[in-house]
Design a protein. Structure first.
Length: 315
C-alpha cells in the first residue's frame, strides 16, 4: 500500500467512545509504515459510494472499509473492475469478512496486519433483483446473498437497536421469525452445464462465499471460499420449523450435514422467482443489506476485485 483512504461509517456497529480514537490509531499505524493515509467520515450509504469513487479518482491504491459487512458492501460497489484494493478494519456489528481474513483483534492490530497483506485478485458474487421502487437492479457481494428468511431477518433489524445490542439482536429476531414465519416456497432454477436448469421449490436459498459467519455459526458452508468461481448455495427445500431448528442447532454444534431437504449445491448461477399464484413478498439481501424482492438471479464475476489478504489467511 502506498496511498490509502479510510472510509469510516459512525453508524456501523455499537456506540463506543473509542471509535474515533481507533480510527486515529489506525492512521498512526499506517503513517508510521510510510503509507499516505486519509480518513473520510460518512453519513449514509450514498456518501460511502461518493467517497470511494473520489478516492479511486485521486489515485489511491487501496481503500480500507472501517465498519462492518454493510460498510464493506457499500465500498465494494465502487471497486469492482478497478485495480484499487479493498481492505477491512473491523468496526461493525457483523464482521464476517474480517473474521474470515483473520482480522479479529483491535482496529490498530488489523492495520498492522494489512500493511503486510497481499493484494489478491478474486471473483465476487453478483445478485440481480427487483429494487424497492420495482425496477431491475443489481449489487455485488462478498460474504453472502440470500432469498427468504435470512432477508426477512435483515429487514426487521432496527438500526438503532442493532447498534445498542449488537449480535444478540440477530439471535432474538431469528427466534421470533422461526416461531411466526410461514416459510413460503419459491422456485429456484439451478444452472446445469449446457442442459436445461434444474428447478426446485425452496423456502430459503443462501449463496455463501466465506467459510464462517462468526459467532455461533462457524464452518457453516464447507468448501465456500472467496476464491470460488462458482456459487456455494445452501437450499432449504422444506417449510418445517422443526427441520430448520434441527439444522441450525447442528450447525451451532458444528455437526450439520446436507441431504435432500437441506442441500449444499455448487452451480454457476441460479434464478429465483415466485411460485405461480403466490402473493408473498420474498425479500432479497446481500452482505446483510436488504435490497428488494424477487425475481432474482445470482452469479459470480471472475477476476473482479483486488482484496488485501493477510499472510497465512485462508478465507
Amino acid at each position: 500500500m502506498r496511498r490509502v483512504a479510510l472510509i469510516h461509517n459512525p453508524a456501523s456497529g455499537q456506540y463506543s467512545a473509542r471509535r474515533e480514537a481507533s480510527i486515529q490509531e489506525v492512521l498512526s499505524v499506517l503513517r508510521a509504515a510510510g503509507v499516505e493515509a486519509e480518513s473520510f467520515v460518512t453519513s449514509s450509504v450514498e456518501s460511502v459510494a461518493a467517497y470511494a469513487e473520489q478516492a479511486v479518482s485521486q489515485g489511491c491504491d487501496a481503500i480500507l472499509a472501517c465498519g462492518g459487512d454493510g460498510t464493506v458492501h457499500a465500498v465494494l460497489q465502487s471497486l469492482v473492475g478497478t485495480d484499487v484494493a479493498l481492505g477491512v478494519i473491523p468496526l461493525g456489528t457483523a464482521n464476517a469478512l474480517a473474521a474470515n481474513l483473520g482480522l479479529t483483534g483491535t482496529p490498530a492490530q488489523a492495520a498492522r496486519i494489512l500493511v503486510n497483506a497481499s493484494p489478491v485478485r478474486i471473483p465476487v458474487g453478483r445478485i440481480h433483483f427487483q429494487n424497492k421502487g420495482g425496477a431491475p437492479d443489481s449489487r455485488y457481494f462478498l460474504v453472502a446473498a440470500g432469498v427468504g428468511a435470512d432477508a426477512l431477518l435483515m429487514s426487521r433489524l432496527d438500526a438503532e437497536l442493532k447498534r445498542r445490542f449488537g449480535y444478540v439482536l440477530y439471535l432474538v429476531e431469528a427466534l421470533r421469525i422461526w416461531g411466526t414465519h410461514s416459510f413460503p416456497l419459491f422456485e429456484a432454477a439451478f444452472a446445469n452445464g449446457s442442459g436445461a436448469p434444474r428447478v426446485s421449490q425452496v423456502s430459503q436459498l443462501l449463496a455463501v462465499r466465506v467459510r464462517s459467519f462468526g459467532g455461533v455459526l462457524r464452518e457453516f458452508a464447507p468448501g465456500a471460499t472467496l476464491r470460488n468461481r462458482t456459487l456455494h448455495l445452501i437450499a432449504f427445500a422444506t417449510r418445517s420449523r422443526l427441520r430448520y431448528l434441527r439444522f441450525l442447532l447442528a450447525a451451532i454444534a458444528g455437526r450439520h450435514t446436507f441431504a435432500n431437504e437441506i442441500a449444499l449445491i455448487e452451480t454457476t448461477s441460479v434464478d429465483c422467482r415466485a411460485c405461480n399464484g403466490s402473493r408473498e413478498i420474498l425479500y432479497v439481501e446481500a452482505d446483510g443489506e436488504v435490497l428488494g424482492s424477487l425475481p432474482a438471479r445470482m452469479e459470480t464475476i471472475p477476476d473482479a476485485l483486488t482484496l488485501l489478504i493477510p499472510q497465512g489467511a485462508q478465507p
